[in-house]
Structures are given as C-alpha cells and as structure tokens.
Ligand binder design. Structure first.
Ligand SMILES: Nc1nc2c(c(=O)[nH]1)N[C@H]1C(S)=C(S)[C@@H](COP(=O)(O)O)O[C@H]1N2
Ligand SMILES: [Mo]
Length: 252
C-alpha cells in the first residue's frame, strides 16, 4: 500500500489502523482483532490477509460512521485572529508542480443523478450567493491549520442542479488527476462549501484554484482542490488515497 508522507512505515500504519479500528469495534461490539482473526480464520502474520481484514473493517467502519453522523452537529468556527499564516500547502506532489487552470476555458462538468447537467463557467459561480467560514483543516500527515474559505453552500448548489438527494454519493474529479467522493449526508451538511475564495481572495493556485470543496467535518484529503467535475451516484466512486487503503469516511 502506498503511504502519504514519509513519517510512518507500513507496519506503523497497520498497527495504528488496527488499534484505532479495534478500539471502535471493541467499544461497539465487544470484539477485538484477536477475536476477529479467529472468526475469519486468517493468519495475522500474512500481509495480504491482514490487508483484507483491515479493508473489510474499514468498510464496516464507514457504515458505522455513516450511522452515527449527526447532520446538525457543527464543526467549531474561529475568529479571524486564529487564522494560520502562512497556511500550509499539501498535495500528492510538491508546490513546484501546482496545477494551473485557465479560468477562461474552465467548466465545471456535472453528471450522474442530477436534473441539470449543463456545465458551469466561473463567472456564473461567482454570481451565486456566497457564505464564509473560518474552520480547522486537519491532515492525516499530522498537521492542522485554521483558514477562511468562502463560496456557495454545497446543499444550495445541489438544489440548483436538481441533484437526487436520496442518492448515496457525490464524486469529484480534479485537474491534477486527484479524485474523491463523499456521502450524501456530508454533502448536505450546512458547513460543506463549494469554495471559490480563500481569505477573501480568489482561491490561489496552491489552495485549489478555481474551486475546492471545503468540509470541516472531514479530514483534509477528502477536501478536493481544482475540481473540474462532480457527479451524483449510487455506486461508490472511491478516491485517490481511499483506493490506497485510507478510510473512505474519514470524518466526524
Ligand atoms: N486536487 C487535489 N486535492 C487535494 C489534494 C491533492 O493532492 N490534489 N490533497 C489533499 C490533502 S491530503 C490535503 S491535506 C489538502 C491540502 O489543502 P491545502 O493545500 O489548501 O492545505 O488538499 C487535499 N485535496
Ligand atoms: Mo492531507
């Protein structure tokens, strides 16, 4: 499995994953990984079967997290004075390789279970009612930072395009080959914003020009930058890190 950053070895990661998932299972079901190993009859010393069990647990974990997600619970918001400066940059590549998107040819493509599939140009998006938030971004690599983002409340946008809100997923494709997906309850959460601005300025390239989906209820890697397409689906679209073993839900 490919790892984000260089901080932890695969073994460290697996151990951490085992203990966090185990803690949850233990709390919810009174089970342990030991018990699970006995039940599944697999050999924990074998990497492949460990991975299989971890993936199965991570999937099961997604379902539990989905059940306990409270759509009314808000992530903390902060005063302007709490904003982290400079705000960290992160991507699966270095800052010297930040993608540049041409605003004049940019289109946000819409597909899947939606009524209005016409693409959106940037000026049209800038004209929609906007709202701001100062919230904490948390990255699994071990850092967090407070920033200010402004844009269109995502649930309003989903209304506008006539999205089927009973569908399970919203998927995103980005200008840099990154992709990710979220559950519909999180898509409809009041703090989920289709952001066009960062700190009152048009989103700079490093922070995801022209558009980033900002969700203070999800880990950093679930917040796609440089979004070029979004689609509503009942089939799990996965994600860049998710498909390499990161927990899909990764939220609170
Ligand atoms: N398109 C795209 N979006 C992305 C990423 C990426 O590599 N490409 N990295 C994710 C990760 S892991 C983090 S922590 C945040 C970093 O956002 P920032 O540069 O605004 O701090 O973007 C997320 N969204
Ligand atoms: Mo991240």
């Amino acid at each position: 499995m490919k790892r984000k950053g260089m901080a932890a070895s695969l073994d460290d990661f697996s151990r951490r994953e085992i203990s966090s998932v185990e803690r949850r299972i233990f709390l919810k079901r009174g089970l342990s990984v030991g018990a699970l190993t006995l039940l599944s009859g697999c050999d924990v010393t074998n990497q492949q079967s460990v991975q299989k069990v971890l993936t199965a647990m991570s999937r099961w974990n997604d379902r539990v997290q989905d059940l306990i997600f409270d759509p009314a619970r808000l992530a903390p918001e902060f005063p302007e004075s709490a904003i982290t400066r400079p705000f960290p940059f992160n991507a699966y590549y270095g800052i010297d390789q930040v993608r540049t998107v041409d605003p004049s040819t940019y289109r946000l493509e819409i597909s899947g279970l939606v009524r209005e599939k016409r693409p959106w140009m940037l000026p049209e998006l800038y004209e929609l009612p906007q709202t701001s938030q100062i919230t904490r971004h948390i990255c699994v690599e071990g850092w967090s930072a407070i920033g200010k983002w402004s844009g269109v409340r995502f649930s309003d946008f989903l209304d506008r395009i006539g999205a089927d809100k009973t569908a399970r997923y919203v998927g995103f494709k980005c200008a840099d080959d990154y992709y990710t997906s979220i559950d519909m309850p999180t898509a409809l959460h009041p703090q989920t914003l289709l952001t066009l601005r960062f700190g009152d300025q048009i989103l700079p390239p490093e922070y995801g020009f022209p558009m980033k989906l900002r969700m203070p209820t999800k880990l950093g890697f679930k917040n796609p930058k440089h979004i070029t397409a979004l689609f509503v689906s009942n089939t799990d679209p996965g994600g860049y890190w998710e498909d390499q073993g990161y927990n899909w839900y990764s939220g609170s």
